[in-house]
Design a binder for this molecule. Sequence first.
Ligand SMILES: [Zn+2]
Length: 230
Amino acid sequence: MGWIKDLGRVIFPVTCEVCGRTLVDGERVLCLGCMAAMPRVNAHLEPESELSRRLAGASKVRGVAAMFAYIRDTPYARVIQKSKYNCRPDIDHDLAMEFAAEIHGSGFFEGVDLILPVPMHTWKKLRRGFNQAEEIARGVGRVTGIELADNLVARRGHSTQTRRNAEERIRNAAGVYEVAYPEELVGKHVLLVDDVITTGATVMACCDALHGAVGTIDVSVLALAATRMA
Ligand SMILES: [Zn+2]
């Protein structure tokens, strides 16, 4: 059925989200050149990464992986914004597939039982149409074969984080998340998935909710992007 896809590409050429060049077979979201030039994080390769130190809150995080550095006003940061504001869940899903395929051989997913996307409050999801974290989780699940779970829920929407400092963000995110059916997660190693890690407040709040409700649980974290700390 490859010809149907090829025909589709002739009629609606798929272009690189960074440079606009038409993508060829085997390329997804970005062309090979832009994929190679992507500012990488590589936190999964070093146990004492800056990113893992950023997430060293009350509860222990086992492993951390992020695909690229989120640097404001760069084309790579705009790719994430485009998915969010132009309703392009395929961008999140397909980039996550690329990243999962890349790091699969590193052993990062070894022992992970379930993938838990950071939940979005219902109203916000209705407004945006989709939850980016869920799309990323789906992309990772498709490559790794690990099942998705929806045990994490957002109890209330927290107000926007962008104008807050680190301390305010942590206070704002605390208590937002809770675990439905904690008994299903006992003794499991879960992979918490989000789109962008900034201060880490959201991820740490989810992590605290999981450790608080379940007790015996291991949590690793994967995000598409992470900001660089000054
Ligand atoms: Zn490109």
